[in-house]
Ligand binder design. Structure first.
Ligand code: SF4
Length: 343
């Protein structure tokens, strides 16, 4: 008997929700996979269960969170098809996700893959020629179904074999959302839960892109590690020397996120006895770098302007047993070490 089960690349955007529900409405068992990286789905990596519960409650969809970071690092460092406007390697990123999904077909006992892609919606990765390249290079040419625009594309295996009713698939094209909003309403998705459109992941943000580019260069010729990349999506970045960076949380939420980044090589720093930010140094743990880090940390704490202040440091926020004098960083020091976004 043909397997009436598919894997969905699920982004949490409206198009992927509709694609999943469209298949479910045909009685097909759908396994939605959310591929998360620090640039797209940091919250899902930090707390996959909450992410899954939210999707289930809002859309009736049971999502599996896949941490895609390690697969994504070589793609991000040297994308065969290059970058988009910023540091977003969208074509290679999609090929990588589809390859991973294809390898999961057997374990999930599924026979094809769906995505929420819409022909002509994105200038680079959703043109007809690019969509063909993505399907071909991912090795999914005949088993990749794009339900939202399927009637503009050649029939795929699940359609030809009758697992999927092609006549019930859609023929959406372009960037508008009117049709999708109408469908969302008819599917019973509450207006307050209709996701707002995004322009892409954090790699399409100029500042994050600039920080990540610096990280790739700093780590070269090795690729950056996942621990290096997580440092670039939170906090204020400082560059202490060519192999050492320092990140200072900007608010309570960032304090919390940074406190979870107990990674090999990270050193946590905090001013003792006063409210202030948590900070992380990564790279060369010299006394000089620790001193500079402590002085920058002091600059952003409530102890600024106070003398005789000390900073605690250690490899976890729970075990900061090192102590160092903190002398406040003046404007020149801040300017010298703060990350240069114009680079
Ligand atoms: S915007 Fe591009 S690089 Fe970022 S997650 Fe989407 S496809 Fe991947």
């Amino acid at each position: 008997m043909e397997r009436r089960r598919c894997i969905a690349l699920y982004s949490g955007g409206l198009d992927s929700i509709i694609a999943v529900k469209l298949m479910m409405s045909q009685g097909i068992d759908v396994i939605p996979l959310f591929f998360a990286t620090p640039f797209f789905g940091l919250d899902a990596i930090r707390d996959p269960r909450s992410y899954r519960d939210k999707q289930l409650e809002r859309y009736g969809v049971y999502v599996h969170v896949i941490d895609y970071t390690d697969d994504f690092i070589p793609i991000l460092s040297t994308p065969k098809h290059g970058y988009g406007r910023w540091l977003n390697p969208c074509i290679d990123c999609k090929i990588g996700m589809l390859r991973k999904a294809r390898n999961l077909l057997k374990p999930f006992n599924a026979s094809f893959i769906i995505t929420g892609e819409v022909l002509g919606q994105r200038p680079m990765s959703q043109r007809r020629d690019t969509m063909n390249i993505i399907a071909r290079e991912a090795g999914c040419k005949d088993i990749l179904l794009r339900p939202l625009c399927a009637r503009h594309l050649s029939p795929t295996e699940p359609e030809l074999s009758g697992i999927v009713d092609r006549d019930a698939l859609l023929d959406i094209t372009g960037r508008g959302r009117k049709t999708q909003l109408g469908i969302a309403g008819s599917m019973g998705i509450k207006p307050q839960y209709i996701p707002t459109p995004t322009g892409g992941c954090l790699l399409t943000n100029a500042e994050v892109a600039s920080k990540v580019r610096h990280t790739i260069e700093r780590c070269h010729p090795l690729p950056p590690t996942r621990y290096d990349l997580f440092m670039d999506v939170v906090g204020r970045k400082f560059v202490l020397d060519e192999s050492t960076i320092f990140t200072v949380a900007r608010n309570e939420e960032e304090n919390k996120i940074l406190s979870e980044m107990i990674f090999p090589g990270n050193i946590f720093i905090k001013i003792s006895g006063y409210p202030g930010p948590l900070a992380v140094m990564r790279g060369e743990m010299t006394k000089e770098n620790l001193g500079i880090a402590a002085s920058i940390c002091l600059r952003y704490s409530k102890a600024r302007g106070t003398g005789g202040v000390k900073a605690y440091w250690g490899d976890s926020p729970m075990s900061m047993n090192g102590v160092i004098d903190a002398r406040i960083a003046n404007d020149d020091i801040l300017r010298r070490y703060q990350f240069d976004f114009s680079r």
